[in-house]
Design a protein around this ligand. Structure first.
Ligand code: AMP
Length: 307
């Protein structure tokens, strides 16, 4: 079953301890779609400018991503410049230009109105609501958010939460939104604000999943070298939502496997700058790392217990 995803497509300048890239393809929904495509058909809703490169259109199209909802507007494409600290869980935004995204209020296509799975990437809560209002009866709505909206548009975000089934956010954002420093208390407090499931992303420490009566924790897949963490959260969300859409049902077992696939795809995207790794990735590589991940976290894995 297909997913409609709204968010930014942009050009990123990124600096890490391993080097830098300028004006490389990025944006929340780019990462999301490039991950989700392995599991379910995905349809992007976004705006790009007149400078958006033909090769980047091809990159999505060649991978089966539906671009009918990607509007080309007069003006420059969304741009973000980020710089990571040596501790890659910390990054500074050097500049951010919404450009053609500034007053973007998309009208979904007729078939998108009937979407079963909706992902509202990190954009203003008003734009998230505007998109959600157009979907007649979604089965599952997932959303991401960030500190900027929690600080500056809290009321709109809080109004949206009861309409969200799954919320993803990082640890600092969970603390900000809930007012609780302890992450277990924060997760539980956010569940009371509306979503059935809350996923707290903790960078290299992994993911904590909260639902009404369960809690699930997985580590990030340990890597010797992280080149560029940009997009890890959106890639996680893409694989997570993709897996749920492929299964067509939500229960605790499906959610847990979805979290593991999210971590697996997130572990690939950080191996190279921009979307390079996730664009070149194959399903065989995903399967190999999925098995490695299970072995990593399973204390009763048959490889050891059968000895
Ligand atoms: P992540 O590392 O998962 O937070 O995603 C980073 C991506 O989000 C980058 O490719 C940026 O282009 C995009 N991004 C950064 N800041 C914003 C923002 N304020 N609103 C929307 N997208 C953003």
């Amino acid at each position: 079953m297909s997913i409609v995803a709204v968010g930014t497509i942009g050009y990123d300048t990124v600096e890490t301890q391993h080097g830098s890239v300028a004006a490389a393809l990025g944006g929340s929904v780019s990462y999301f779609a490039l991950a989700a495509r392995f599991f379910a058909p995905v349809s992007i809703v976004a705006a790009v400018g007149t400078d958006f490169r033909a090769e980047d259109v091809r990159l999505f199209a060649d991978r089966g991503i539906d671009l009918r909802g990607m509007v080309r507007r007069e003006g420059p494409t969304f741009r973000w410049h980020g710089r990571y600290h040596e501790d890659m869980n910390i990054r500074d935004t050097i500049s951010l230009a919404l450009n053609v995204f500034a007053d973007f209020m998309p009208n979904l296509l007729p078939d998108q109105h009937r979407a079963d799975y909706v992902f509202l990437a990190n954009i203003s809560p008003d734009l998230q609501r505007h998109v959600l209002d157009q979907v007649a009866s979604p089965k599952v709505v997932a959303a991401d958010t960030m500190n900027h909206w929690i600080a500056n548009d809290r009321a709109a975000l809080v109004r949206l939460l009861p309409r969200i089934d799954i919320l993803t956010l990082n640890d600092e954002e969970a603390r900000m939104l809930s007012g609780e420093h302890n992450l277990v208390k924060a997760g539980r407090a956010i569940i009371k604000m509306g979503p059935d499931t809350v996923l707290v992303k903790r960078g290299e420490y992994g993911v904590l999943q909260f639902s009404k009566d369960a809690m699930f924790a997985v580590p990030a897949y340990p890597l010797e070298e992280v080149i560029d963490p940009t997009g890890a959260g959106d890639t996680f969300a893409g694989a997570f939502m993709g897996y749920i859409a492929r299964k067509g049902v939500i229960n605790e077992a499906v959610l847990r496997t979805a979290v593991v696939y999210g971590c697996v795809l997130g572990s690939f995207v950080v191996e190279q700058f921009s979307v390079k790794r996730i664009a070149a990735l194959t399903w065989e590589e995903i399967e190999v790392r999925y098995r490695a991940f299970i072995e990593l976290t399973d204390s009763h894995h048959s490889r050891w217990t059968s000895q």
